[in-house]
Design a protein around this ligand. Structure first.
Ligand code: ADP
Length: 445
C-alpha cells in the first residue's frame, strides 16, 4: 500500500468500508450493519492514526535534517505524495548544502588571502570602530594586543597620522593618502584611506591600506649614501691631482726635484682612484650576484700559507711578528682561491695598518661542526665598540682612519665574498688591546 497515492488509498479504503457495512447488513441485518459500522470506524481510526504518524515522522526527520544533522536525508516511503515531498526536500537540502559549501569555500579563500596579505588592511566605521582587520596591519602598527573587529581603532594604534588619514577620508568622502614614519624609527608606511558607504545605513566607513615602505626607503638612503660617499672618495684624490698639477704648472715645471715629487703624488692619487673604482665595481658585481665564483677544493693551509708568504716581507719591514696556528688535517673547503686571497689580504693589511711596531698578528684555523674557521687577530689599537657594528658597511671608516689611505670598501667586499661561499664573518675588538676577525667556510661536501 505504501506506494499508492493518498487519493487512491482513500478511495479504495472507502469502498472497502462500504463493502464491509453492506456485507454485514446483508448477512446479519441491522445488527450486522452496527457491527460492521463499528469495525469500519475502528479501521478508519487506525488508518488515520497511521497517516498522522507518517506525517509526524516526516516532520521530525525534516527538523533533524535542517537543524541537527545536515547529512541526514528523508526516507521517501509512505504514501506517494509524502515520498515525493521527501525526495523534493532531499533535493532542496542537497542544493542548499552545495551552495553553502561553495560560499564557505569562497569565504575561506577570501579570508586566507586577507589574513596572509603582506599589506595591512583595516576597515573602520565613522565611530572609529574596526569592522575588519588583518594580522599584517597589527604587526605593521606594532599593536600590543591582538586586535579584533569591534575594537576601537585606537587599540590598534594611537599614531596621529593613521587616525588622521582615516578621519579625513571619512569626513571629506575622498581617498586620502599619507606617509607614516613609525615611532622610534621603526620604519615607514604608505597609508591610503578610501571611504565607502555602508549599503544598509547612512554610515560611511573607510578602507585603510598600509604598505611597508621601510625597505624601499632604506634602499633609497643606501643608494644616496653610496653616490655621496663614492663622489667624496673620488674627489679627494682628484683634488690632490689638481693641486699637484696646478703647482707644477705655476712653478714646479723647471724644478726637477719638485717635479718628480709632484708627479709621484699624482701617480699615488691615480692609483688610489683606480683602487677605489676597482673595488666599487667588485662590490657592485658581488651585490648583484654577477660575480661568479671559480670554485675548487683546497686544503685550508693552502690559503693561509699563501697569505703568510705574501705578507712576510712587509710584516718584517713594519717590525711586526706574524704567527700562525693551523689546525692539522682540516677537511678541504670549496672556494674561489683568488677571491679568498683578497679576503686574507684585506684582513692582514688592515691588521698591519692598525698595529704599532712590535705588535703581533696571528692567523688561526680550526674546525667547528661543519665549517672551517679562519681568524686574523692583531695587537693593534682596536675598534671603538660604537664603530664595531659598522665596520662591514661600505665606505665605513673610523674617524682615525679617515686621514689614512683606504677606501672603506675592503671589509664590505670580504663579507660579500664569504657570504657568497655560504659562510659568515664577524669582528671582535678591545680598544687599545687589539682586534680579531673570524670567518667560516663550510666544509666541501
Ligand atoms: P679600509 O679600506 O678603510 O681599510 P675596510 O673596509 O677594510 O676599509 O675597513 C673599514 C674600517 O674598519 C677601517 O677604515 C678601520 O677604521 C676599521 N678597521 C678594519 N680593520 C681594523 C683593524 N684590524 N684594527 C682597527 N681598525 C680596523
Amino acid at each position: 500500500m505504501g506506494s499508492f497515492s493518498l487519493r487512491w488509498r482513500i478511495l479504495i479504503e472507502t469502498i472497502a468500508l462500504i463493502a464491509t457495512v453492506a456485507t454485514g447488513t446483508l448477512l446479519w441485518g441491522p445488527t450486522g450493519t452496527i457491527a460492521a459500522g463499528v469495525l469500519a470506524t475502528i479501521i478508519v481510526l487506525f488508518r488515520s492514526l497511521g497517516l498522522i504518524r507518517e506525517f509526524s515522522d516526516l516532520t521530525e526527520d525534516v527538523v533533524r535534517m535542517t537543524s541537527i544533522d545536515r547529512t541526514h536525508r528523508l526516507n521517501p516511503a509512505g504514501p506517494a505524495e509524502l515520498a515525493r515531498l521527501a525526495r523534493a526536500v532531499n533535493r532542496l537540502v542537497d542544493r542548499v548544502g552545495a551552495d553553502i559549501a561553495k560560499e564557505e569555500s569562497e569565504r575561506f579563500r577570501l579570508s586566507s588571502i586577507f589574513n596572509s596579505m603582506k599589506d595591512g588592511v583595516v576597515v573602520v566605521d565613522d565611530q572609529g570602530i574596526i569592522e575588519s582587520v588583518n594580522p599584517a596591519a597589527g604587526e605593521m602598527l606594532g599593536a600590543v594586543v591582538p586586535v579584533e573587529p569591534g575594537m576601537q581603532l585606537t587599540s590598534l594604534t594611537n599614531h596621529p597620522d593613521v587616525i588622521g588619514v582615516v578621519t579625513s577620508a571619512i569626513q571629506s568622502g575622498n581617498p586620502e593618502s599619507t606617509e607614516i614614519e613609525l615611532f622610534d624609527n621603526q620604519g615607514t608606511l604608505a597609508a591610503l584611506a578610501t571611504p565607502f558607504p555602508r549599503p544598509d545605513t547612512k554610515m560611511v566607513r573607510a578602507l585603510l591600506l598600509l604598505t611597508d615602505l621601510t625597505g624601499v626607503r632604506r634602499l633609497d638612503t643606501t643608494r644616496r649614501e653610496f653616490v655621496s660617499n663614492a663622489s667624496h672618495e673620488l674627489r679627494t684624490p682628484l683634488s690632490g691631482i689638481r693641486a699637484s698639477a696646478e703647482t707644477l704648472q705655476l712653478s714646479g715645471i723647471d724644478d726637477m726635484a719638485g717635479r718628480k715629487q709632484f708627479l709621484e703624488m699624482i701617480l699615488e692619487d691615480v692609483n688610489r682612484m683606480d683602487k677605489l673604482i676597482t673595488e666599487m665595481l667588485e662590490l657592485s658585481r658581488l651585490e648583484s650576484g654577477e660575480s661568479q665564483l671559480d670554485l675548487q677544493d683546497v686544503a685550508p693551509s693552502v690559503l693561509t700559507d699563501a697569505a703568510v708568504l705574501q705578507f712576510s716581507t712587509i710584516i718584517e719591514q713594519s717590525d711586526l711578528t706574524l704567527e700562525s696556528s693551523i689546525y692539522p688535517d682540516l677537511p678541504v673547503v670549496r672556494v674561489d682561491v683568488e677571491k679568498m686571497s683578497h679576503v686574507f689580504a684585506n684582513l692582514i693589511s688592515n691588521a698591519i695598518k692598525w698595529t704599532p711596531p712590535g705588535g703581533t698578528i696571528t692567523i688561526k684555523t680550526w674546525l667547528d661542526e661543519k665549517s672551517v674557521h679562519f681568524s686574523v687577530a692583531d695587537t693593534g689599537q682596536g675598534i671603538d665598540p660604537e664603530h664595531l657594528p659598522h665596520v662591514f658597511e661600505r665606505f665605513f671608516k673610523t674617524d682615525s682612519a679617515r686621514s689614512q689611505p683606504g677606501t672603506g670598501l675592503g671589509l664590505s667586499i670580504a663579507r660579500h665574498v664569504i657570504e657568497a661561499h655560504g659562510g659568515g664573518i664577524s669582528a671582535a675588538s678591545d680598544l687599545g688591546i687589539g682586534s680579531k676577525f673570524v670567518f667560516r667556510i663550510p666544509v666541501a661536501e
